[in-house]
Design a protein around this ligand. Structure first.
Ligand code: ARG
Length: 408
């Protein structure tokens, strides 16, 4: 039923999507391969050549790093989005963009189908499918790996039978996904949640024990919630993330080991390394504590939680996400300033912050007698603030008490 149909496949160059590509060709479909550069650091041209060799009608490479950084990562930072309080969502942020680009290529070549290589156990299938449903409900999405239920040896056999290049190196037991904002490692021995992650899985972070004995400092500059500079130098967000990954990673900062609740109901053990993501989020949150009111901070915390969940759950292109973005954008107008972080053996701690519109007032806060804070106003405030508590206790605690008017 795919005979003569144009299908655009999100192609990574790996075994799964290579087998998909061949299979589409065997079905008589006209498969197009799209490799999206999100900063995963692979040689894109090699991947393109491989797709053509396997039998793609055409193969495209698109550099989407800047779009990813500014349209997906930046809003998530403004939202302080951390799933389960730990995962900065880099994979979850990349999927809707890949789906969007698949749709763009589908429009260009006049395809009726788009395809991805996700399995049926993960979150990524949901993110691709729901994004497609949200932005191109007329297209059909196919996920051959999910539908076949082929094991890796079966895929290898299929590949060998059909002349698809198979990986020659001993295959890693891990499943790795990476983009400029982070790297995830799952499966293999990590499936035992009590098995400490071995050192050789890490690529972006130094073992804290081997990190420099001297702390390092970085200063991040933000304008309206967007990270603009590193140690005073203005950088594009793509460059800034790369540089911060390097600096913080060298100090062993950025590792996460967590049990995560997948959308499909499974708990999974995940290892992440994302030095730039965690330090940027830390700095951004810190700057907000200086520049946003208590009410906004408290309310925004609930929004942030919801934002992280909807991002994780594949609901990026939805009205709720757009509405939350509007709220968050309003809050970011004063989130300008710098945050200095101290990096030391796996830890990042805040060493200082400045903001032109800071709400922190040393004159008010100081314990110096010249403080502008009127302490005499405090007692009356507290009498009224505590009135309901006093009233309740008087009625219910059985203890004699002064009437509320006599509280002073
Ligand atoms: N658990 C993370 C998430 O759901 C990372 C998934 C990585 N994806 C992958 N195909 N290896 O966002």
């Amino acid at each position: 039923m795919l005979e003569g149909k144009k299908v655009v496949l999100a192609y990574s160059g790996g075994l799964d999507t290579s087998v998909c590509l061949k299979w589409f060709e065997q079905q008589g479909a006209e498969p197009y391969a799209l490799y999206l550069d999100l900063g995963q650091g692979e040689p894109a041209e090699d991947v393109r050549a491989k797709a053509l060799k396997i039998g793609a009608a055409d193969a495209y490479v698109r550099d989407a790093r800047a779009e990813f950084a500014y349209k997906y990562v930046a809003p998530a930072i403004k939202a302080n989005a951390l799933y389960g309080g730990k995962y900065p969502l880099f994979t979850a942020l990349g999927r809707p963009l890949i789906a969007k680009k698949l749709v763009e290529v589908a429009r260009d070549v006049g395809a009726t189908h788009i395809a991805h290589g996700s399995t049926g156990k993960g979150n990524d299938q949901v993110r691709f499918d729901v994004t497609a449903a949200s932005i191109a409900p007329d297209l059909t999405v196919i996920a051959p790996v999910r539908d076949w239920n082929m094991s890796r040896p079966e895929e290898m056999a299929y590949a060998e039978d059909h002349g698809v290049p198979v990986p020659t190196t001993k295959s890693s037991p891990y499943s790795v996904d990476a983009n400029l904002f982070g790297r995830s490692i799952e499966a293999g021995p990590l499936e035992d949640p009590d098995h400490e992650a071995p050192e050789d899985i890490y690529e972006l972070t130094t073992t804290p024990e081997k990190a420099p004995d001297e702390p390092g400092y970085v200063t991040l500059g933000f304008e309206e919630g967007l990270a603009m500079s590193l140690d005073g130098e203005e950088l594009s967000l793509v460059e800034l993330i790369a540089e911060l990954n390097r600096i913080a990673g060298a100090h062993g900062v950025g590792r996460v080991d967590m049990i995560e609740d997948r959308l499909v109901g499974i708990k999974s053990r995940e290892i992440y390394e994302c030095p730039a993501a965690l330090t940027m989020l830390q700095a951004h949150r810190e700057l907000e504590t200086m520049t946003l009111t208590k009410d906004v901070l408290r309310f925004k915390a609930a929004v942030e939680q919801r934002y992280a969940e909807l991002t994780y759950d594949g609901l990026w292109f939805t009205p709720l996400k757009a509405a939350l973005d509007a709220f968050i954008a309003e809050t970011q107008k004063t989130v300008t300033g710098t945050v200095r972080l101290k990096l030391y053996k796996g830890y990042s701690t805040v060493a200082g912050r400045t903001a032109p519109q800071t709400l922190y007032s040393q004159e008010l806060a100081t314990y110096d007698p010249n403080s502008t804070f009127d302490e005499s106003a405090a007692a009356g405030f507290i009498a009224l603030w505590g009135l309901p508590a006093r009233q309740w206790a008087g009625v219910n605690s059985g203890v004699e008490h002064k009437s509320s008017t006599a509280a002073k």
